[in-house]
Design a protein around this ligand. Structure first.
Ligand SMILES: [Zn+2]
Length: 674
């Protein structure tokens, strides 16, 4: 696939899509069948999407300017073509009418679900607006586009022009020599003599290391200035974004933006998402209070006096001078046992046993232009990329294949993801299902000449998380191509990946592949138990942090007019989170000024998804915990009820079938109870 060929294929794919959509727009109700309406709609742009997907993938894994240019050209050409398309409204009418036809009731549940989702998408997209409303909506979209770019730009600007010049060295007591030399050089360059210049990047070091409280206090603003200062203040930007989002949602008949976004998600409505987060916050309150009390006691010990409030500029310093036994489990102790190839093979062995699969590595070739591909070999985009086939152990059939591209290099994106590259065609009366194709991409510790190739526990975490996505991408073989893994509700997508992370904390699983790289000794039981224990009380602060983000994100998108409009953002946010704050000595800027996940990354009114999927995956894991983490029968049920289903049934149903009950927040909260 060369950039030149991609541009030729693009024109062919656009022509094909146009022809197919014209045919669809002309279907009359009397002649309508599932195949010439909804199936035709699913397939119309298939080749166009496929082409875009392949090219985007190549642009993510190579540093080729020609590919980057082709991707930009393809994207511009496709958007322009979509904007010009005339029969969108007509196609919508054909499908809306067809959805009411009596034959729909005779279709399989998967096909009926497919139809319901298309109609629901039309409703959210608001194609039923009056021309004036449509014009206003387009204007809102334009302004939001501008505002969200501004929001990101303000974050990119960081703390902007913040700096601090120190003239007396004793004020920097505790700072290491090389740091002082650098700060002095920076000051000299800026025209100061006998001085030290602190920038936002170096202010963090001062907060951690400097023994002089007053210097830490003066540096603290430099560490929290992003999104707060003058020209790059995100407060007015955020107010306007929320106002416009609310207006656009109201036009479509929704009470607020969050309610609109919840449409088509597993939680169904925003109230439900908020009550889930409120429930988790309430259940975490005792653990949080205990945490705050313990922290304040520790800080008081370090400070040598009884503290009732804590300065935000003292936390990093106090944590840094704590004795090592108070700092938690040191994961680097595991590294000597994590030989890269053992970890990769070990992960596959676990999932081949649990899911009834066989993985087979294929020879690969990295070709220069003009070189011929060996018949038995798979072409790859870099010599380090590997390829594996996945077979069903019971039937022997080939389910799919995947590329494994694990190590960082120039021009490669990251940090890690797993994507389907091609969804195979479903089985028909006379042909078996086509295999799927996917890629698992990461930037884990690369091999180094002359030393053993060892991974960190965090690398292992990345691998197992992405492998969960991979199994979800490769296994579903339903009736429709679009009902693969990406056809599930957005708030279910991370469940298999988060579930499969659990195995990296399980002594029974670690025992299958963790051997010391020098002695070959298995992981000591004591170390394995420490890891499992650390997992059981996984960091409360991370958990709370996600809950705070989710709470504020939902409140902002549900109650903007009631709770935020016309008010100072920091104060309004602090008020909402008051029961779960450290007793800070001064007000702290809200994280909402710098969180672009819910502004530009599609997680608006969706930050709860991280916690929601954690609830679901913790719940799903309880069944493995009860029946055995290496129990093939439980693995088979997980495959049958969830992975094989993909997007062909509602996620709530899949989950209920697997667990035989409704999800509850208890399994997750267990991890944080003191
Ligand atoms: Zn993920």
């Amino acid at each position: 696939m060369t950039p030149q060929q991609a541009l030729i294929d693009l024109e062919a794919a656009i022509r094909e899509a146009d022809e197919r959509l014209n045919t669809l727009a002309a279907v009359t109700l009397e002649r309508a069948t599932f195949d010439n309406t909804f199936l035709a709609y699913e397939q119309a742009e298939e080749n166009l999407r496929q082409l875009q997907g392949y090219m985007r993938h190549l642009s993510n894994v190579t540093a080729s300017p020609a590919i980057q240019q082709a991707v930009t050209a393809i994207s511009a050409r496709t958007s322009a073509h979509h904007a010009k398309r005339k029969n969108t409204e007509q196609i919508k009418q054909v499908l809306m009418q067809a959805a009411k036809a009596p034959w729909v009731q005779e279709l399989s549940p998967a096909k009926q679900l497919f139809i319901r989702r298309i109609i629901s998408k039309f409703e959210t997209e608001g194609r039923s607006l009056t021309p004036a409303q449509r014009q206003r909506r387009a204007a809102i979209t334009m302004e939001l586009h501008h505002l969200t770019s501004q929001f990101t730009e303000n974050i990119r600007q960081g703390a902007g022009s913040w700096q601090l010049v120190i003239h007396t060295q004793s004020e920097l007591h505790g700072m290491p020599q090389h740091w002082l030399q650098q700060a002095a050089r920076a000051a000299a360059q800026a025209g100061y003599t006998n001085a030290w210049l602190i920038t936002p990047a170096t202010a963090h070091d001062v907060l951690r290391l400097c023994t002089v409280e007053d210097t830490r206090r003066r540096c603290w603003p430099g560490t929290v200035a992003t999104g707060t200062r003058h020209a790059s203040d995100n407060e007015p930007v955020l107010h306007r974004i929320l106002e416009l989002r609310h207006e656009a949602a109201s036009m479509l008949g929704y009470p607020n933006h969050a309610e609109m976004k919840a449409h088509g998600r597993m939680v169904k409505d925003a109230e439900h998402a908020l009550s889930l987060i409120d429930d988790l916050l309430a259940k975490s309150k005792p653990a949080w209070d205990a945490y705050v009390a313990a922290e304040m006691k520790r800080f008081s010990q370090v400070a040598g006096k009884q503290l009732t409030t804590i300065n935000p500029w003292d936390v990093a310093y106090y944590n840094n001078i704590l004795p090592p036994e108070q700092k938690g489990f040191d994961y680097s102790k595991l590294t000597p046992y994590l030989q890269a190839e053992n970890c990769i093979q070990g992960m596959m062995a676990i999932w081949s046993k649990l899911l009834g699969l066989r993985f087979e590595e294929r020879p690969t070739s990295y070709l220069k232009p003009g070189q011929e591909l060996n018949e038995n070999s798979i072409e790859v985009w870099h010599p380090s990329v590997r390829f594996f086939n996945v077979y069903d152990t019971a039937t022997g059939s080939l389910l799919g294949g995947f590329y494994l591209d694990l190590y960082p290099r120039q021009g490669k994106g990251g940090p890690a993801w797993c994507m389907p590259l091609r969804q195979g065609n479903p089985a028909t009366a006379d042909t078996p299902a086509e295999p799927h194709l996917a890629v698992l991409l990461a930037n884990i510790t690369p091999p180094q000449a002359g030393s053993p190739h060892l991974l960190s526990h965090y690398d292992l975490h990345t691998l197992h998380h992405e492998f969960g996505h991979l199994m979800h991408h490769l296994l579903p073989h339903g009736e429709l191509r679009s009902q693969g893994s990406l056809g599930v509700e957005q708030d279910f997508l991370e469940v298999p990946s988060q579930l499969q992370e659990n195995w990296i904390w399980e002594p029974e699983a670690l025992a299958t592949f963790a051997y010391h790289h020098e002695t070959g000794a298995p992981l000591p039981a004591e170390l394995a138990e420490q890891i499992a224990a650390d997992r059981r009380k996984s960091p409360l602060l991370d958990h709370m942090h996600l809950l705070w983000m989710a709470k504020l994100d939902l409140e902002l998108h549900m109650f903007y007019h009631e709770k935020f409009k016309g008010r100072a953002l920091d104060a309004a946010c602090a008020e909402i989170l008051a029961p779960w704050q450290m007793p800070w000595s001064v007000p702290i800027p809200t994280r909402m000024r710098t969180l672009d996940h819910n502004i530009t990354k599609g997680y608006d009114a969706g930050m709860y998804i991280y916690k929601w999927t954690e609830v679901l995956s913790s719940e799903a894991f309880t069944r493995f915990r009860e029946e055995g983490v290496m129990n093939p029968a439980t693995g088979a049920a997980y495959r049958r009820d969830i992975l094989d289903k993909g997007g062909s049934t509602p996620a709530t149903e899949q989950f209920r079938t697997f667990l035989n009950r409704e999800p509850d927040t208890d399994a997750l909260i267990q991890r944080f109870l003191p």
